[in-house]
Design a protein around this ligand. Structure first.
Ligand code: GLU
Length: 399
């Protein structure tokens, strides 16, 4: 017996695999600091927990409509319309069991074998894997640190072919924290207007976590004439520290939302009724705690970027949003460990760090980058401080 051909085209998520490895090493008694997964270390706000509790006690423990409860779809439509200036109706919204299934269902509902998806690199690990699983081809377009890790209009124009079905944008981006400005998006929109067969998946999950003053820009907002070709994805995992609740949502053209719901009717069935009740409270309740959280992230960003950039061989990109420090370390590749092993690539570098320093990071190559790593600074100052000391000491031992 063997898995399907589709399974043979994909690897397990590297972010979650490294985090699982860190958890099992810790369970085995090793002293491991995991800065691998992107997960806020704050607690879910109490009013969200109370709402979920109340919902359970009130009997909201049964199936909900496939695309989500009417109340939550209305609240999400309101959020897209009011906060993001993307006109949305409740029928044009789907609630999913996390942001990931929204992306999965959108691609599975639209890709035929050989269809291409343009993905700027570095990218979030799951985009190309989902594309490949669905029989599509990921057309990876590298971006550089000097270009702010943003896809240019010229690169987009070059990457589009008659087989292109989607462009995936992610701003603020994982793993780099790069942000597309309104002007950047307007330039991409100009290219897209000339290619009406290309849709855009705009993953805005990190929208609330930004370090500059510029308002967040999203393609369907900047180019409303393209809105019927854009699926905008968002969720509460990062903004409300609700990673385990598994609630994401998306808005886009009705035919696509309906197709995604059809798939969801045969997969998750519906997102958890209890989580949906919590999500409703999250959207309708106070948002002011977020300012404090972003201030914490900003302080940690300064701490982490300062310490990393002081390490010889480490070039860090100061993130404009999200909570990752993405570093390029070409000068560390080829160095020798105290045991005499050569650091052949960034996987070996991260393996060395976990073994030698007890710090788990994700290699840049997992994100389609090279010779570097991603460090999540969604951890306490003390933990970060200790991890940075260990990383610095381990790098200093390389010969
Ligand atoms: N998006 C987060 C990360 O990149 C969560 C893990 C995952 O699903 O990849 O760390």
């Amino acid at each position: 017996m063997h898995p399907s051909k589709a399974m043979g085209r994909i690897a397990a998520s590297r972010t979650t695999a490294i985090t699982d490895l860190a958890t099992s090493l810790r369970a085995a008694g090793r002293d491991i600091i995991s800065l691998s997964v992107g997960e806020p270390d704050f607690d879910t706000p109490p009013h969200v927990i109370d709402a979920a509790n109340d919902a359970m006690r009130a009997g909201q423990t049964r199936y909900t409509p496939v695309a989500g409860t009417a109340a939550l779809r209305a609240a999400v439509a309101d959020m897209f319309t009011q906060d993001m200036s993307i006109a949305a109706t409740p029928d044009g919204v789907i609630i999913t069991a996390g942001g990931k299934p929204a992306i999965f269902h959108a691609l599975a509902a639209t890709l035929d074998p050989g269809d291409e998806v343009v993905i700027p690199a570095p990218y979030w690990v799951s985009y190309p894997e989902i594309v490949r699983y669905c029989g599509g081809e990921a057309r990876i377009v590298p971006t550089s640190q000097s270009a702010g890790y943003r896809l240019s209009a010229m690169q987009l124009a070059d990457a589009i072919t008659p087989r292109s079905r989607w462009l995936i944008l992610n701003s603020p981006g994982n793993p780099t924290g790069a942000i597309y400005s309104a002007d950047d998006l307007a330039a991409l929109a100009d290219v897209l207007r000339a290619h009406p067969h290309v849709m855009v998946l705009s993953d805005d999950i990190y929208r609330p976590i930004r370090y500059g003053d510029a308002p967040h820009a999203s393609l369907a907002q900047i180019a409303p004439d393209l809105a019927d070709r854009v699926l905008t994805v968002n969720g509460l995992a990062k903004s409300h520290a609700m990673t385990g609740w598994r609630i994401g949502y998306a808005t886009g053209p009705q035919w696509l939302i309906s197709a995604m719901a059809k798939l969801q009717s045969h997969s998750a069935g519906n997102p958890s009724s209890i989580s949906q009740a919590g999500a409703l409270a999250a959207l309708q309740g106070p948002q002011d705690f977020l300012t404090g959280w972003v201030m914490h992230f900003a302080r940690r960003r300064t701490l982490v970027c300062g310490a990393l950039s002081a390490m010889p061989g480490v070039v860090v990109f100061p993130p404009e949003g999200a909570f990752y420090a993405y570093c390029e370390t070409p000068d560390l590749i080829g160095k020798t460990t105290p045991d005499g092993n050569i650091i052949g690539d960034d996987e070996a570098l991260c393996r060395y760090l976990i073994e030698e320093a007890g710090v788990a990071l994700v290699p840049a190559s997992s994100f389609g980058g090279e010779n570097g790593f991603r460090l999540s600074f969604a951890a306490s100052d003390d933990v970060l401080d200790q991890a940075l000391k260990r990383i610095g000491a381990a790098f200093a031992r390389l010969g």
